[in-house]
Every structure is written in C-alpha cells, then in structure tokens.
Design a protein around this ligand. Structure first.
Ligand SMILES: [Mn+2]
Length: 325
C-alpha cells in the first residue's frame, strides 16, 4: 500500500499546481501538516493552495503563514496534484475534495489505522503518532524546503496529536524529531502557551456545563459528555472549542472509555471515543457505525437523536468494557 517517499517527492517536484487538503473539523495535526506542506511547496515555486471544509480555526491563526489556509471556493478548480493529509477516508475531505474538478495524482499521507489507501500514491504509517511527524520525514528525506515557520507548524501537529508527548505512539524517534524542530527555531514555551493556555472563555464555560451533566456507566468505567445544538448556539461554540475537552473525563482514575456525544446537522450525532485500554479498541467500536481512527482515539457520525445514539453506544461500549474485569 505504501509507495514510499521517493515517488511522492517526484510528483510534488514535477507538479505545477498543488492543492493541499485535510479533514473536516481540522485539529492541530491537520492544520500543522497542511501549513508545513503549503509553505514548503510555495518555497519550491509551486502554485499551491490549501483549504479544508471548515477553514482555519481561530486557535491556530497565530501560526505564521496560516492565512494561506482557507475554505474551498464555490467554483471547482483543476490541479495537477492533490495532497490529502491526516485524513482517514476520502469522504472526510468533505467539500475540500468536491471543490476540485480534476487532478492527475492524489497523494494520501496519513497515520490512521483505518485509512484504506484511497490515493494514487499512499504513505500511511500507523506507527507515527502524528501526520506531522511523517511530513517532517518526507521533507528531510526528499530534501524539500524546511525553515522555522515549517518547524513551528510541525511542532504544533506533533505536540497536539501526542497530547504533549504523552500518548501511546510517542517514541524516542518522536522526541528526536521534536528536538530537530526546536533546533530549527521552535520556541517551546511560547508555542505551548499559544496552544494550551490561550483558550477562549466560552470553552471553559462549556466545560463547566459538560461536567455538570456528565454521566457515568459500567461502575464508573465509562464517562460521557453530551453537547446539544442549543448549548452550542447559546455559548457560540466553534468546533475547535470542543477539541480535547473529553480528556477531562478520560483522566478520571476509574474511567477506561470516555465518550463525547455531540448533536450535529442532518439528525446525526458525532461521537468521539477515547480508550485507555488497548483491549478496548476505539477504532473497532467506531467502525461499527462507519467511523474510524486509532486504537485509543476514534470517532463516528451516527444517525439518530442524542437519546437514541447515547442509548445504543453506551450499551455497546458497556458490553465491551465489562468483558474485562
Ligand atoms: Mn493526526
């Protein structure tokens, strides 16, 4: 399934026009990877655009060059090469891909276990804790442009997807890469402050409400947050405000699985599942409902009301959790 870095390097060097895409509701890894590639390709002299369905989250606007990331245009455009980053399934590119009329080569670079390899060229490394780490390796391996703004974007990608270098896939190699990024000019304290200590007030007010209404199941081994459309409207919540809130209930000692239920458009509920036990595979749980992700962090969108979705998901996960004492 993996064609390696060399053919990807060749395609990027020979392309005239490149579109750099990532998934809907982009997180730090998505934006950091996207920004690193758009900056590198621009430096290489390519006509390059970067867009995703939701555009640039306000929380990453501090990154230099981030204004290059926009929402897709209404009129579809043509490109030589499309680069899909950190996106487990083609349809997760959303309006990012439908805004592209034609292309010659789709390059798929990702670290999600559920990625089927939908590109013409694929580089999928499920051991990598972040797509940003793969991008670092691609840039260095193929001797593509690399400078401080790129290092900063990649640091954000890796820091956020590893939970500040704490999660399962964080290896000695990840620290080596992070070390190279700091060597290249990343100011660790400043950037960490921008990522983790610069939240809008509404995020913390939302957290208060979610905690008040949290539910616990299977002898406190499952904890859930539930977010309605009404609450989102009342507090003017952006998707980025919600990122990472689930970690608060995940951090409870008895909790093995944390689930976030969010009412979204089209009578669907977005679920986000975090597991602390590799025997309880979040990716497999979410794939039951057409979603996917990683063994310890995955998501899905399920048709139904909040009540219906909560009932069936909690019941399914309780059965899983109760298999293990
Ligand atoms: Mn990622």
């Amino acid at each position: 399934m993996n064609q390696g870095f060399a053919p990807i390097g060749d395609v990027l060097r020979s392309a005239g026009t490149v579109a750099v895409l990532t998934h809907v509701r982009p997180d730090g890894d998505a934006i950091g990877s996207q920004l690193a590639m758009v900056l590198a390709l621009q430096k290489l002299g390519k006509t390059v655009t970067a867009w995703n369905e939701d555009g640039l989250p306000e929380s990453f606007a501090f990154l230099k060059g981030s204004e290059l990331i926009t929402k897709p245009p209404d009129e579809p455009l043509e490109f030589d090469t499309v680069l899909a980053l950190d996106t487990a399934a083609r349809n997760r590119l959303g309006t990012g891909i439908t805004a592209i009329r034609t292309y010659k080569t789709l390059v798929n670079i990702d670290h999600h276990a559920s990625n089927p390899g939908y590109g013409d060229l694929n580089y999928i490394d499920v051991q990598a804790p972040a797509t940003g780490q793969i991008i670092y390796e691609l840039l260095r391996d193929q001797k593509l442009p690399f400078f401080p703004e790129i290092a900063e974007a990649l640091f954000v990608a890796i820091s956020t997807d590893t939970g500040s270098f704490r999660y399962q896939n964080t290896t000695a190699h990840t620290f080596e890469v992070a070390g190279k990024l700091v060597e290249a000019g990343v100011d660790l304290a400043t950037i960490s402050h921008r990522i983790y200590e610069s939240y809008p007030k509404r995020r913390i007010l939302l957290l208060g409400q979610l905690l008040n209404e949290a539910t616990f199941h299977a002898h406190d081994r499952i904890a859930t947050f539930t977010l309605t459309e009404a609450t989102k409207a009342r507090l003017s919540i952006d998707p980025a405000d919600i990122d990472g809130l689930i970690d608060v209930i995940r951090s409870i000692d008895t909790v093995v699985v944390a689930i976030f239920f969010e009412e979204v458009a089209d009578q669907r509920v977005r679920i986000s599942v975090r597991s602390k036990d590799l025997r309880i595979d979040a990716n497999r749980i979410c794939s039951t409902w057409g979603g996917g992700g990683h063994p310890l962090a995955a998501g899905a969108r399920i048709r139904g009301t909040l009540e219906q979705v909560r009932t069936k998901v909690i019941s399914y996960v309780s059965d899983e959790v109760l298999k293990y004492p």
